[in-house]
Write a protein that binds this ligand. Structure first.
Ligand code: AMP
Ligand code: GLY
Length: 417
């Protein structure tokens, strides 16, 4: 099977890496890709937001499956355009992707499906904003209704800051604060059958100790030794299956990757958000642990035949990924800096540790930074402590001027802090 992956971040590098190791995949293409993905897939330039262009490329390549990585093309209907060209797509329709594209839509689906989530108000006027902030009290949780790449959410004790963020949005969701650790649980679905993956934890704040601004994610690990072993079953029953059933009932079935961002609160598990695609950087650690070849699972989801899939097989290993970000990320990052040390990691640390590229591009013989998150250094080990040690050993070999990374990814879960 020929597979075309749309996107160009570390998540797409992880997907391409797994697909390139799958004997069922005879040719692998990625558009637009990045310098690291170029080592496992043939890169094709395409505007990832242009459904007709992506469909034309998939047709030209003879792709038997198109995998759409990021949310923006899904919300823009790229999946619909490729499906209309008769090619199976892993990724939801634009309508179903509203589960991520609109926080208000997600809240409505959850209410209808009886899925536990934070109580919330959707506000469009300053009066509604003030009433909602007053009703919940501090800490305030204020979310821009539209897509904001994980950066549209402000959680603050400061009423003036909460109000300022809310008034800067056209439509805003103001909600109850959820305490407790966060878990990301992904499920692959064809709109009927739901297959959960293994849970992971993401580190959203820029700085050690969960300080600093929210980012797209600075690191992740899986499994979660502290979590209740029944967590996956519970989330399947309370969240994932009811959500998929509700979207089908509405006539907008969701196929692709359903990402549940959860808070494990003192009053039970609650949904913080849904995403309509694989999470980044959690995908890097989840796929590092998946033994089942990926292509047929994604194709079965695309074709509505996920019920024929054998149960997924997982490694006993733990996995950790540490994101190396540019100077100044998550504000306007500095780009164009040369990255060194990649060959050393490949020579000294592979196969247990490897570098997945996020924002990189080739410039002559050099690989240079090209985005906020630049690399996602991933490692597996017999437990989290070992995986983390290998990941940080590889991180230490990378040289990128002005770069930053967190030093505490998975530390607490590994029993080190
Ligand atoms: P979201 O984009 O909805 O995932 O929000 C980004 C981050 O803001 C989450 O990962 C949480 O850390 C935090 N957050 C969102 N909603 C809440 C909430 N209701 N209570 C506490 N923290 C939240
Ligand atoms: N890791 C958070 C996200 O992918 O949205």
């Amino acid at each position: 099977m020929k597979v075309l992956v749309i996107g160009g971040g570390a998540r797409e590098h992880a997907l391409c890496r797994s697909l390139s190791l799958d004997p069922d995949v005879s040719a692998l293409y990625c558009a637009p890709g990045n310098a690291g993905i170029a080592e496992v897939a043939e890169l094709r330039p395409v505007d990832a937001l242009d459904g007709d262009a992506v469909a034309a490329l998939a047709t030209e390549l003879g792709a038997g499956l198109v995998v759409v990585g990021p949310e923006a093309p899904l919300v823009a209907g790229v999946g619909d355009a490729v499906r209309a060209a008769g090619i199976p797509v892993f990724g939801p329709s634009a309508e179903a992707a509203q589960l991520e594209g609109s926080k208000a839509f997600a809240k409505d689906v959850m209410a209808a499906a009886g899925v536990p989530t934070a109580r919330s108000y959707v506000c469009t006027t300053p009066e509604e904003v003030d009433a909602a902030l007053d009703a919940f009290g501090a800490p305030y949780v204020v979310k821009d209704d539209g897509l904001a790449a994980g950066k549209g959410v402000v959680v603050t004790e400061d009423l003036a800051a909460a109000r300022a963020h809310a008034l800067g949005c056209d439509r805003v969701v103001i909600e109850e604060y959820l305490d407790g650790p966060e878990v990301s649980l992904f499920a692959i679905t064809d709109g009927v059958t739901v297959v959960p993956l293994q849970p992971a934890q993401d580190f959203k704040r820029a700085l050690d100790g969960d300080q600093g601004p929210n980012t797209g994610g600075m690191g992740a690990y899986s499994p979660l030794p502290w979590a209740d072993p029944k967590l996956v079953d519970e989330v399947m029953e309370l969240v994932l299956q009811p959500t998929v059933d509700e979207l089908r009932r509405r006539g907008t079935p969701f196929s692709g990757l359903l990402y549940a961002g959860l808070a494990i609160t003192s009053r039970g598990t609650r949904v913080i958000e849904f995403n309509a695609r694989f999470g980044d950087p959690e995908t890097q650690v989840v796929l590092a642990r998946l033994r089942t070849p990926l292509a047929s699972v994604l194709l079965n989801a695309a074709n509505g035949t996920l019920d024929t899939e054998e149960p997924l097989v997982w490694r006993e290993d733990a996995a950790v990924t540490v994101v190396i970000a540019s100077h100044n990320y998550p504000d306007t990052p500095r780009t164009g800096d040369p990255i060194e040390g990649l060959a050393e990691v490949a020579a000294e640390d592979a196969p247990d540790a490897y570098v997945l590229h996020a924002g990189t591009r080739r410039e002559g013989d050099a690989i240079v930074s090209a985005g906020g998150r630049v690399l996602s250094v991933t490692a597996t080990g017999s437990d989290l402590a070992q995986a983390r040690e290998k990941a940080y050993k590889a991180v230490a070999r990378i040289r990128l001027d002005g770069s930053q990374h967190r030093t505490d990814i998975a530390a607490k879960a590994a029993g080190l802090g």
